[in-house]
Design a protein around this ligand. Structure first.
Ligand code: ARG
Length: 477
């Protein structure tokens, strides 16, 4: 029997029933739906709409269904359209016609909005845990191999050397902001729509705040029309998740390049690689590629959800049923992606020598050499020009900056006729050593000694702070 069947004659067209049904998807909300119903029933009791005995029998029935849902023994009837009507029918089967009182002062519109907020709150907790675990993997690798030196790039060209730990900690920063965005979305979502009814507000004096408190909400939605038609919280969660996936995708992209033998910076563990059905030589970083690919899917979910909402007049429209597929998919995808990236990162083998050799290519210490001249009083613009000239000469000669002969350094400094400090340095007996020291990787790294810089002391402090935070997190959670 259709629960809304009173005014209808005959049966539904099968195509219509198949088309509108959502039980295959929204059964995911069953546990939340039952929690909401129990709180609603208690509220009906407090409002004098149910006797104490009725409340007890209804709650016992709903609790029984919760156990069935948890055990996976509940059987879903596709003819009953969605999770709400399935559960009401199951309750009727269990306790008889009294079940018909549960829906007093409630609509599926405020019901589903409540369910989805409860579901999201629950799942956001799991995402936060997964983000922390991902951060822990980054920090663990940074502690193990973070003294490896990477060729930092801009425009994909060699730029300046950076510590691998510094690079990994950049992703920790992103992950922390991702956690913040999810928490923020969760805070705004944590209001109870129950009592909004279909759109105008329940027709009974329900104490909405008491029910909200019982469900662990921070308060109640303030406008019934908004309550049943608002899916901002879905968009916000998808926005935070899409950005989180973009961050994972950037790291995934880097790992695919780093593991290419041309780079040879890292080896992806066999456990996180796949082979080719035809080429026996192949070892592919497929999980990283799929994280990149799934980021695209999640971005699509966000775009789709925004498009879904843009043309909807108030209040509830059935279009809103389409909010679940993108949200459920994005949350599951993000959680799985965080898990696989944590494993991939933690099991990477770092080739320190290859990384260090690459970090020295492309005159990446040129800025440090220019800075060394500045420390001797040369104007930065002049120093930039002088070192640029040295780089060009070294490139022609096929040597590194540290190997440029002193004679050439003196010639170039001596040509800076407009700058007396440079002219004086040309005659300085130390000048060869100044350039050579500046041109070394370790000196270049050490010189970036500011908050947020790649100097080993700064990175060690940042890494220790990250580890302490994660340890506190573990103690709390
Ligand atoms: N399955 C519906 C959804 O997910 C539940 C609300 C249905 N409301 C209605 N008036 N048909 O949105």
């Amino acid at each position: 029997m259709r629960l809304w069947g009173g005014r209808f004659e005959g049966s539904s067209d099968q195509r219509m029933a198949d088309f509108t049904r959502s039980i295959d998807l929204d059964r995911e909300l069953a546990a939340d739906d039952l929690l909401g119903s129990i709180a609603h029933v208690r509220g009906l009791g407090r409002a004098g709409l149910l006797t104490t005995d009725e409340v007890d029998r209804l709650v016992a029935g709903l609790d029984g269904l919760r156990a069935d849902v948890e055990a996976g023994t509940i059987s879903w009837n596709p003819a009953l359209e969605d999770v709400h009507m399935n559960l009401e029918a199951a309750l009727t089967e269990r306790i008889g016609p009294l079940a018909g009182k549960v829906h007093t002062g409630r609509s599926r519109n405020d019901q589903v909005a409540t369910d989805l907020r409860l579901w999201l709150r629950r799942r956001l907790g799991a995402l936060d845990d997964a983000l922390v675990a991902f951060e822990r993997a980054l920090v663990t690798l940074a502690e193990r191999d973070g003294d490896a030196v990477l060729p930092g790039t801009t425009h994909i060209q060699p730029a300046q050397p950076v510590l691998l730990a510094h690079h990994l900690l950049a992703y920790v920063e992103m992950a922390e902001r991702d956690r913040g965005r999810l928490a923020d979305a969760g805070r705004r979502a944590n209001l109870s729509p129950l009592g909004a009814g279909a759109l105008a507000g329940a027709g009974f004096p329900l104490d909405r705040e008491a029910t909200a408190t019982e469900l662990g909400f921070d308060g109640v939605t303030a406008n019934s029309l908004d309550a049943v038609s608002d899916r901002d919280f879905v968009v916000e969660a998808l926005g935070a998740i899409a950005l989180g996936m973009v961050h994972l995708s950037r790291l995934a992209e880097e790992i695919t390049w780093w593991s290419n033998p041309r780079f040879g910076f890292v080896r992806v563990a066999d456990a996180f690689s796949t082979g080719s059905s035809m080429m026996p030589n192949k070892k592919n970083p497929d999980p990283a590629e799929l994280v990149r690919g799934r980021a695209a899917r999640v971005i699509g979910a966000l775009a789709g959800m925004l498009a879904l909402l843009k043309g909807l007049p108030l209040a509830y429209q059935r279009d809103l049923q389409e909010d679940k597929a993108p949200l459920f998919d994005a949350v599951a995808t993000y959680e799985a992606s965080l898990g696989v990236m944590a494993g991939l990162v933690e099991t990477l083998t770092i080739d320190h020598d290859r990384m260090r050799a690459a970090a020295a290519e492309g005159f990446t210490t040129a800025t440090a050499v220019a800075d060394a001249l500045v420390r001797r009083g040369v104007a930065f613009r002049t120093a930039h020009h002088i070192v640029g000239t040295l780089v060009a000469a070294a490139e022609n000669a096929g040597i590194g900056l540290a190997a440029v002969p002193d004679r050439l350094v003196r010639d170039v400094l001596g040509a800076a006729v407009e700058e007396p400090t440079a002219l004086a340095l040309a005659a300085d007996p130390e000048i060869g050593a100044i350039v050579r020291d500046g041109a070394g990787l370790d000196g270049a790294l050490a010189s970036c000694d500011v908050i947020g810089g790649t100097a080993p002391v700064r990175v060690a402090a940042a890494l220790a702070a990250a580890r302490t935070r994660l340890t506190t997190e573990a103690a709390r959670g």
